[in-house]
Design a protein around this ligand. Structure first.
Ligand SMILES: Nc1ncnc2c1ncn2[C@@H]1O[C@H](COP(=O)(O)OP(=O)(O)OP(=O)(O)O)[C@@H](O)[C@H]1O
Length: 364
């Protein structure tokens, strides 16, 4: 299922002029506030009519400016999840879940049981929305969208109004959704840790235009995107596999460039994971350091160097088949004689892990 978007729209002083293709998996629209993310999702949903262009889902036209054709919202068969859950306060959770089906003229409960189990809603069905936490309400909103049997889910910052614990509670459900349903998702976010966990594809927007688009792994390790991602948040994701657990409480992860050791991860050997390594947590050494506490030292090659503003610079390193970013000072880069093609070692101070979906373009 591929979504193709190529649209133009003027909104006051703002001009949206962009195009991208979203294949299966989770395509994240990423960009600063005001870059046009919500406008794009609204155009796909049919809530905003572009001035020109074309939107098609698997070849089926949803909007065609030249032909003057725009499929009405309810006939697009897309599920929309907003930042706030927008549940009906006078209906209980079961009725809220079924509402999306009724609105679309679908009979019966559909896959109610499976979706309730997928999102952990079993204990909530008889309650009213007023008696739910923000995280629970968002899970219900996702369930309602799924029960309407959409061809694609549109999620506009679904976690933005939640605090960190509530976000952490929902992310695993979104990961299950990505892995288990095969339903393509167009997901708006400006939070990179969310992007790193969920995105299979990334479309980076800047002032109404696409700055870059492509597989998430490639874009997250693209030094040219660091200014958009932010120095503190910039970091790469790489596929990993749990190789085993050490007697001292550490877990061994296999990545294409070698082995990473992390505090014990509760996952069976063989489990595929995604690790996120922030640029600011990577140091570069030109010889393998020996008297050092860091456990994670992998041979690397400098593949790109980009001076930043001020004294810093971003180095892109290849380790095995993967690519990571490292934030260093220009002074260190000069002292070490870093140039493209230089062999070195990446010393990683910290590594975060998330479950990886299998068969969605992630290589292990
Ligand atoms: N109806 C409108 N009339 C005029 N300007 C609009 C209208 N709708 C949106 N805009 C402008 O278009 C730009 C893009 O807005 P949009 O909401 O798509 O951005 P966004 O990337 O989703 O931002 P955020 O992350 O803050 O939600 C903004 O500058 C906004 O002020």
């Amino acid at each position: 299922m591929t979504l193709s978007v190529a649209i133009r729209k003027r909104l006051g002083d703002f001009a949206l002029d962009m195009g991208f293709e979203a294949p299966g998996g989770v395509t994240v629209l990423f960009g600063r506030s005001g870059s046009g993310k919500t406008s794009v999702v609204n155009a796909v949903a049919g809530l905003m009519r572009p001035d020109a262009g074309r939107i098609a889902l698997d070849g089926e036209v949803l909007f065609d400016g030249a032909a003057g054709r725009s499929v009405p919202v309810h006939r697009r068969r897309l599920g929309y999840v907003f930042q706030d859950s927008r549940l009906f306060p006078h209906l209980d959770i079961r009725q809220n879940l079924l509402y999306g089906r009724r609105a679309r003229g679908l009979a019966g409960p559909g896959e109610m049981d499976r979706i309730v189990a997928l999102l952990g809603l079993e204990g909530l069905l008889g309650r009213r929305p007023g008696a739910l936490s923000g995280g629970e309400a968002q899970r219900v909103a996702i369930g309602r969208a799924l029960l309407s049997e959409p061809r694609m889910l549109l999620m506009d910052e679904p976690l933005a109004s939640l605090d960190a614990p509530r976000k952490a509670e929902i992310l695993p459900y979104l990961e299950k959704l990505r892995a288990g349903t095969g339903l393509p998702i167009l997901y708006v976010s400006h939070n990179l840790s969310e992007v790193a966990r969920l995105a299979t594809h990334l479309v980076v927007l800047d002032r109404g235009r696409v700055m870059k688009a492509g597989p998430a792994e490639a874009l997250l390790s693209d030094p040219d995107l660091v200014p958009v991602m932010g120095l503190r948040e910039a970091g790469a994701v790489l596929p990993a596999r749990v190789a085993g657990h050490g007697a001292d409480g550490l877990t061994e992860l296999a990545v294409s460039g070698g082995t990473l050791w992390l505090p014990r991860i509760a996952a069976e050997p063989g489990t595929r994971l995604r690790v996120r390594i922030l640029a600011q947590d990577v140091m570069i050494a030109t010889e393998r350091p020996t008297q050092i506490s860091a456990l994670n030292i992998l041979p690397a090659t400098v593949t790109a160097l980009r001076p930043g503003e001020g004294p810093g610079m971003i180095a892109q390193l290849s380790i095995g088949q993967d690519t990571i970013l490292a934030r260093v000072t220009r002074r260190s880069a000069d002292r070490l004689g870093l140039i493209e093609g230089r062999a070195c070692f990446a010393v990683m101070k910290s590594v975060a892990v998330a479950p990886a979906d299998v068969g969605q373009g992630l290589r292990v």
